[in-house]
Design a protein around this ligand. Structure first.
Ligand SMILES: Cc1cc2nc3c(=O)[nH]c(=O)nc-3n(C[C@H](O)[C@H](O)[C@H](O)COP(=O)(O)O)c2cc1C
Length: 351
């Protein structure tokens, strides 16, 4: 879809409640796709190998857009080089009561406190088995809200075992701000324990399925430097295959005093960009290319994505940018990152 068309459609979508707009958009694109009018695959690029997987282009859709893996063909038709679905939990759960998703258009930002609303891992696996999408699929896993955090590992192990053979890579989400205590799994002692268990399970499953599925950890932007050092050190110790930086932030910098700024939840979009990029830079300093970094956070234009790559990321993911800029952003970012030599880019605002 061209950027012009999206700028015409956006006021209509933004006049709807955000969750309604989300459903409406997926249903509308699905109808168009079923009519055979949307047949695009990944935007062509020189493919790059990351975590042993060949990515047709470096632009992915971030977790949370398609929690149950119901829209894989639609997302693929937008040109993404890879798709991440979830966060999924062992058992279905409704998430937090609505309203739980808020746009802050003055700042190109979103606040959400969805709380892992999803249909459970069995349903997600059934959807993945049915799909005709055969590109790279990340599956992002979490814990049920009523599983005590001391038993969180059980939930991750259940999900890992169930999704293992269907996933291109599996993401351990320990950074959502909307599941109480989840982020404490980023603390050294708890993370060491969790990663040890997940790594052994991964190796066991690799034997069983004769397939190695990379394990990736997704972290928060709200970490102080010593925490970043301790997480990076543990990822290397446990030979984790990749890291996603970052999830949404608890900070309200950049949206203070705007409507909805005081809603509880995680902030994403433009105001998150600098902080998320700083985390990538710090991680890259420590990891020195030993573990690939996947960037997420505030990519609203091609220049933002280029900054993430320059900070040390191998791949990028977008969520809020898609809401503010429309599907054209996928093309804009992929073209810019695929061109060699990379063009000089300026972000012209997200209009
Ligand atoms: C409505 C919404 C739901 C999200 N749900 C999840 C989720 O289930 N799991 C997850 O790991 N991240 C989730 N995220 C975080 C995104 O994957 C991404 O890390 C974050 O939004 C930063 O990227 P952005 O600035 O491009 O949106 C969600 C974000 C939004 C806006």
């Amino acid at each position: 879809m061209g950027s012009m068309l999206y700028s015409l459609l956006r006021p209509l979508l933004f006049s709807l409640d955000p969750e309604t707009a989300h459903r409406f958009t997926f249903n509308a694109i699905e109808k168009v796709r079923r009519l055979g009018l949307l047949t695009g695959g990944p935007i062509p690029c020189e493919s790059r190998s990351v975590m042993g997987l060949d990515f047709p282009n470096p632009v992915g859709v971030a977790a949370g857009m398609d929690k149950n893996g119901e829209h894989l063909e639609v997302l693929a038709s937008l040109g993404f080089g890879f798709i991440e679905i979830g966060t999924v939990t062992p058992r279905p759960q409704p998430g937090n009561p609505p309203p739980r998703l808020f746009r802050i258009p003055q700042a190109n930002a979103i606040i959400n406190r969805m709380g892992f609303n999803n249909h459970g891992v069995e349903n997600l696996v059934a959807n993945v088995r049915r799909t005709n999408y055969h590109g790279i699929l990340g599956i992002n896993i979490g814990k049920n809200f009523d599983t005590p955090v001391e038993r969180a590992a059980d939930d991750y192990l259940i999900c890992l075992s169930k999704v293992y053979r269907y996933a291109g890579y599996v993401v351990v989400n320990i950074s959502s701000p909307n599941t109480p205590h989840l982020r404490q799994l980023q603390n050294a002692e708890e993370l060491d324990h969790l990663l040890g268990l997940l790594k052994s399970k991964q190796l066991e499953l690799a034997d069983e399925h004769a397939k190695y599925t990379p394990l990736v950890v997704k972290i928060a932007p709200d970490l102080v430097p010593p925490q970043i050092v301790s997480i990076a050190t543990l990822l290397m110790k446990h030979q984790i295959d990749g890291i996603i930086a970052t999830n949404t932030t608890l900070s309200r910098a950049g949206v203070e005093a705007l409507p909805h700024a005081s809603e509880k939840g995680g902030l994403s979009g433009a105001p998150l960009k600098e902080c998320a990029t700083a985390v990538i830079r710090h991680l890259h300093d420590i990891l020195q290319g030993t573990i690939p970094i996947i960037a997420a956070g505030g990519i609203m234009c091609a220049a933002d994505a280029k900054e993430k790559i320059e900070a040390g990321a191998s791949l990028v993911q977008i969520y809020s940018g898609l809401i503010y800029r429309g599907p054209h952003l996928v093309h804009e970012v992929a073209r810019a990152l695929c061109a060699s030599p990379a063009p000089d880019l300026l972000c012209s605002g997200s209009g």
